[in-house]
Design a protein around this ligand. Structure first.
Ligand code: SAM
Length: 253
C-alpha cells in the first residue's frame, strides 16, 4: 500500500515500477550480445537474474525460443513481469519468481544461459559468477552487464558515491580475469553506448521523479531521494570517460 511517508526503498520502487528499464541498456545491445549465443534453441533453459520488471526478459523471449525464468528480489517487479508476460501471450515460456541472485533456486547443471543486466554489481562480479557457475550446464553461457572502470584513474567522488550505494566495480581486464578464474571461457566484452544511460534510463527516471516530487510535495525523504538520483546523473555527465557499463559474455568450460 502506498504511504504519505515513503521510505527511500518505497520511492525507488515507485520510480522504477513504471519505467521501461530499471537501469542502463537497450534493444540494440541485447541483440549484439545475442549474436555470441547462437547455439541456443527451443529446449534452452534461461535465467534472467535481477530482471526488474522484465522488459529485457520479454525481449529475450522474443529473440530466443527456450523457457525463461526471470528472478528478482522485489515481488512488485516480478508481479509486473508476470502480468506483462500474460498480456504478451508469453506466460507459457516466461515465468517470474521472487528470489536472490546469491541463492539460486535452480537445479545444478540445468541452465543453458544466465543473463543479467545491471544487477551483478549488487553482490560483486566474482561472487555472482562463481555462484552461478554450478547452475549452468557445461558449455552454458553467461551474459552479464556490470559497471566497470574504463581507466586506471578512478575519480574519488564517483568511487565514494557508488561504494556507498553498495555497488562494487573493477576494471574490464580484472573482470575478464575473474570470469576465467571462475571457470568460464571468456568470449567477448563490449561497452554500452552512452544513450543506454541517458535517453533510455536517466531521462525517463527524471520524469518519474518529477511526478513523485509533485505527489510527495515537501516530503524530506523525497527531496533527498531526488537529490541523490540527480547527483548520480550529474556524476555520469561529468565523469563518463572513466566508467561505463560493459557486457561480458562467457561460456562454462
Ligand atoms: N535487469 C533490469 C534492467 O536492466 O532493467 C533491472 C536492473 S536494476 C539496475 C537491478 C535489479 O537487480 C533490480 O531490479 C533489483 O531489485 C535487483 N536485485 C538487486 N539485488 C538483488 C539480489 N540480491 N537478488 C535478486 N535481485 C536483485
Amino acid at each position: 500500500m502506498e504511504t504519505a511517508h515513503p521510505s527511500m526503498l518505497d520511492l525507488l520502487l515507485e520510480t522504477h515500477i513504471g519505467l521501461e528499464r530499471q537501469g542502463p541498456g537497450s534493444v540494440e545491445v541485447i541483440k549484439q550480445a545475442l549474436e555470441f549465443l547462437k547455439p541456443l534453441d527451443q529446449f534452452s533453459k534461461i535465467a534472467d537474474l535481477g530482471c526488474g520488471t522484465g522488459t529485457q526478459t520479454l525481449l529475450l523471449a522474443k529473440y530466443l525460443s527456450g523457457n525463461i525464468t526471470g528472478l528478482d528480489i522485489f515481488p512488485k517487479f516480478i508481479d509486473k513481469l508476470n502480468e506483462n508476460a500474460r498480456n504478451g501471450n508469453l506466460a507459457s515460456r516466461v515465468t517470474g519468481i521472487t528470489g536472490s541472485m546469491e541463492n539460486l533456486p535452480f537445479q545444478k547443471n540445468s541452465l543453458d544461459l544466465i543473463w543479467s543486466e545491471g544487477a551483478i554489481d549488487n553482490i560483486g562480479f566474482e561472487k555472482g559468477l562463481s555462484h552461478w557457475h554450478d547452475f549452468l550446464k557445461k558449455g552454458g553461457f553467461v551474459a552479464v552487464t556490470c559497471p566497470s572502470w574504463l581507466t586506471k584513474e578512478q575519480p574519488t567522488v564517483v568511487q565514494k558515491f557508488w561504494t556507498d550505494a553498495g555497488s562494487r566495480w573493477d576494471s574490464i581486464s580484472d573482470n575478464i580475469e575473474t570470469m576465467q578464474k571462475c571457470g568460464y571461457q571468456f568470449i567477448a566484452s563490449f561497452a554500452l553506448p552512452e544513450q543506454c544511460w541517458t535517453e533510455n534510463y536517466f531521462i525517463p527516471r527524471e520524469k518519474a521523479i518529477n511526478n513523485l516530487l509533485e505527489k510527495y510535495a515537501g516530503n524530506e525523504t523525497m527531496i533527498e531521494y531526488a537529490a541523490q538520483n540527480r547527483y548520480e546523473t550529474e556524476l555520469y555527465s561529468r565523469y563518463s570517460q572513466y566508467y561505463g557499463y560493459i557486457f561480458y559474455i562467457g561460456r562454462v568450460i
